[in-house]
Design a protein around this ligand. Structure first.
Ligand SMILES: *Cc1c(COP(=O)(O)O)cnc(C)c1O
Length: 444
């Protein structure tokens, strides 16, 4: 490869030219069309702004459409994905003192949701290739206090639901899917959100199915779960379809309603969701095909029996096949990220520690009066390794028109990989200087 190396321009972080020109903007997400604007305008003109407004149609329209799409009997729209998880768990009977198994790698909301109910998150390890909850870890973590499990379809890839369901059925656990990153994805032909007792989705502006702010959806086949969610999102009240509101609270409720503006915007996005997702799939597959041959880089994988929403792209680095002098994956990952950023690739980390290493679980919350939030941690060695040796691309690739930019990003990866000896020397220096504090230290 000496000849290739000689023709490769110098790395941008060392003063060479950027691979991705500065005038190529990071593609925007979400895309906002004239149709989206009109949908919002219709709500403003209607004067019906929440699910408590008599005759409101945007929220119920979104709920019906999402129930149809996920093949579930019911869907309730709520204020965001975190409340969707909390309400789904509460509606399924999870209460204070119950243990709820969650993966050690996810967005923090997966673990905050049970905490808000006084329940105890139990952190279980992930699979090193799919980054999803390890079913064997779940089985090993179950105690007599375990009440529920929250499989997360992390980054858009459905979790091993057959195996998880089997463990859950054996121990009589409630299964609430965290599908915040996996809208519209199928597992063995069945849509996520229909694979457990309830499913929770986020409509946050960053997700594959966004709103222009915050929103969430709870899906379920169980009419009583749905009834409890709609009551709890509304101060514990039942809102009649017609006639006067009684202002009677029957149960402990939140105010977790979605705005009709948010619902209308998402409905408008939903009309082109499948087309967007198809184009995204094509772009990402082409991108990953170019990165697959790079030595020491593990690209995100799918599984033949399920789709992938490609919400986040996570890459792991491995020093030995990369040809690095150092064995510190963290140091190598840090230098590769610096090099890629300088070339114009918007890489980031998305979780710098496993969930139980978040300060809320190690140092607690003054507001809640906890020196540390109640939780239980099992062996999470894989999650700890993954956060050290991996980096992500978020959002930029979600725009269905991102194909050409992803081609430039792939050029940048190839350039950085052509300069592996330079990267290797810098990683070695970094490791020797001890620049990367490990999560293992943080944990003790
Ligand atoms: C975004 C997200 C949530 C929380 O959703 P919000 O709408 O932001 O509250 C929960 N779990 C996962 C895995 C997420 O990515």
């Amino acid at each position: 490869m000496t000849s290739a190396r000689r023709t490769t321009p110098k790395l941008a972080m060392l003063g060479g030219p950027r691979t991705v020109p500065r005038d190529v903007p990071v593609p925007r997400w979400p895309v906002v069309t004239e149709g989206d604007r009109q949908a919002v305008q219709r709500v403003l003109d209607s004067g019906r702004f929440t699910s408590a407004s008599s005759g409101e149609r945007e929220i119920t329209g979104l709920e019906h459409a999402w129930a149809r799409r996920t093949g579930t009997r019911h869907c309730a729209a709520v204020s965001n994905g975190t409340t969707a998880l909390s309400l789904a768990l509460a509606a399924c009977g999870v209460a204070a003192g119950d243990e709820v198994v969650v993966p050690a790698l996810s967005f923090v909301a997966t673990a905050l949701a049970p905490l808000h109910l006084g329940a105890i998150p139990v952190f279980v390890d992930i699979d090193p290739a799919t980054f999803n909850l390890d079913p064997a870890g779940l089985e090993a973590a179950v105690t007599s206090r375990t009440r529920a499990v929250v499989p997360v379809h992390l980054h858009g890839l459905p979790a091993d639901m057959d195996e998880i369901r089997a463990v859950a059925d054996r121990h009589d656990l409630v299964v609430v899917e965290d599908a915040a990153q996996a809208h519209g994805v199928r597992y063995q032909g069945r849509p996520v959100g229909s694979l457990g007792h309830a499913g929770a989705f986020s409509l946050n502006v960053s997700k594959n199915l966004p709103t222009c702010g915050e929103g969430g959806l709870v899906t379920t086949d169980d009419a009583s779960v749905h009834d409890r969610v709609t009551t709890m999102r509304q101060f514990g009240e039942r809102i009649p379809d017609r006639g006067e509101r009684a202002y009677v609270s029957e149960t402990l409720g939140w105010n977790a309603k979605i705005s009709a503006v948010q619902a209308a915007f998402t409905r408008s996005q939903l009309a082109r969701f499948d087309d967007d997702q198809r184009r995204r799939e094509r772009n990402v597959q082409r991108f990953l095909r170019r990165l697959t041959p790079l030595a020491g880089l593990a690209v995100p994988v799918g599984r033949p029996d399920r789709g992938h929403g490609w919400h986040i792209l996570r890459f792991r680095v491995d020093p030995a096949p990369f040809g690095a002098l150092t064995r510190s994956a963290a140091a190598l990952r840090a230098v590769i990220c610096r090099a890629l950023k300088a070339e114009g690739v918007p890489v980031s980390r998305y979780q710098v520690v496993p969930l139980p290493c978040q300060p809320i679980f190690t140092r607690g919350s003054a507001a809640a009066g906890w020196r540390s939030a109640p939780c239980r941690v099992t062996d999470i060695a894989t999650a700890a390794a993954v956060v050290e040796d991996s980096f992500t691309i978020q959002r930029a690739h979600l725009n269905p028109a991102a194909g050409p930019v992803l081609d430039r990003y792939a050029d940048a990866f190839e350039k950085v990989w052509d300069e592996r000896d330079v990267i290797s020397r810098m990683a070695e220096a970094r490791a020797t200087a001890g620049a990367d504090t490990t999560t293992r230290q943080d944990r003790s």
